[in-house]
Design a protein around this ligand. Structure first.
Ligand code: NAP
Length: 289
């Protein structure tokens, strides 16, 4: 039995669907605060939070591999979910002798300017300290999510809003490509026990991504920018807005990324941004004002 914590999320639901389609038995841990995606429904969905040791003890019963695709960002404090919650999940896995595949982030570091990245680093460290055989997957930003976010900020102006300078090159990766790596790692024991960084095929800034989104929809002009000074003020606020502003400021700082995953795991998909922009345009049809 495979437990997928975060199996209702953007990445997790694709992983669950892939694993079910390949005949695996899958259990999903969810707080149960939202609807269960259709593709996840055939799995065994168990209510509980990664912050609750008793719920985790039940969730790992009969499990030999745990996938963590959870995140509290941006709604809740990553220190609670991505750091402490993942540490509890690792302890629960250790209790039943299960392996763990931890979805972290590219750039996770103890001195990152972003709380989420520090929390992910703490989770990686907790996994390393445990006796569990662990695999860490560090994707760059999910291209599909960012295309949707930029499209949402464009609304009537048809000019996406970029938080900050937005000039740092990023290797936007398709969430489906990340799901394919997670599934490969889950199904092939020889690929486990190591760390993978996964980037997309192109490295462009968020401003350039916004420009390409505009070009793909035929929107004239150029993206708008939320000034860095405004982000500094917002980053001091507690809660979601503060965390998002802090993340935008951190994204303006380039951090080196070394991705050799497609050499180590041959045959992984590498979906071009143009294809993701095209799919997003099709999804948005019918929602245009
Ligand atoms: N989005 C990106 O650009 C990006 C980039 C690199 C890495 N990642 C990582 O990739 C993974 C998946 O990201 P995503 O964008 O697919 O996330 P998402 O769509 O926001 O989903 C988050 C998931 O976490 C679960 N969750 C949140 N708090 C929980 C708690 N206390 N207990 C149990 N489950 C909890 C949610 O489940 P319920 O709501 O059902 O409880 C949901 O399934 C995360 O680890 C994320 O940090 C994301």
């Amino acid at each position: 039995m495979i437990l997928v914590a975060g199996g209702t999320g953007r990445l997790g639901s694709l992983v669950v669907a892939d694993l079910l389609a390949r005949g695996n038995r899958v259990r999903v841990l969810s707080r149960g605060t939202g609807p269960v995606p259709q593709e996840v429904a055939p799995s065994e969905v168990m209510a509980g939070s990664v912050t609750d040791p008793a719920a985790l003890e039940k969730a790992v019963e009969g499990v030999d591999l745990v996938v963590s695709a959870v995140t509290g960002f941006p709604r809740t404090d990553p220190a609670r979910v991505d750091a402490a919650g993942n540490e509890l999940l690792v302890q629960a896995a250790e209790g039943v002798g299960a392996e763990v595949v931890l979805v972290s982030v590219a750039g996770a570091a103890p001195d990152s300017a972003m709380g989420l990245f520090r929390a992910k680093f703490e989770a990686e460290q907790a996994l390393g300290r445990s006796s569990v055989r662990g695999t860490i997957i560090r994707p760059e930003a999910f291209a599909d999510l960012w295309i949707d976010l930029l499209a949402t900020t464009a609304r009537r102006s048809r000019r996406p809003l970029v938080f900050g300078r937005g000039d740092t090159p990023t290797g936007w990766v398709a969430v489906g490509d990340v799901a394919a790596l997670v599934t490969r790692v889950v199904e092939q024991a020889s690929l486990r026990g190591t760390t993978y960084t996964l980037s997309g095929p192109e490295r462009i800034s968020v401003t350039e991504l916004a420009r390409r989104l505009m070009a793909s929809r035929g929107w004239p002009g150029s993206p708008r920018h939320l000034p860095v000074a405004a982000l500094h003020v917002t980053a001091r606020l507690p809660g979601r807005s503060g965390r998002q502003a802090e993340a935008a400021l951190a994204m303006d700082q380039p951090s080196p990324v070394h991705d050799d995953t497609r050499t180590r795991v041959p045959g992984l998909p590498s979906t071009p941004l143009a294809e993701l922009l095209g799919r997003a345009a099709v999804r948005s049809e019918g929602h245009e004002p």
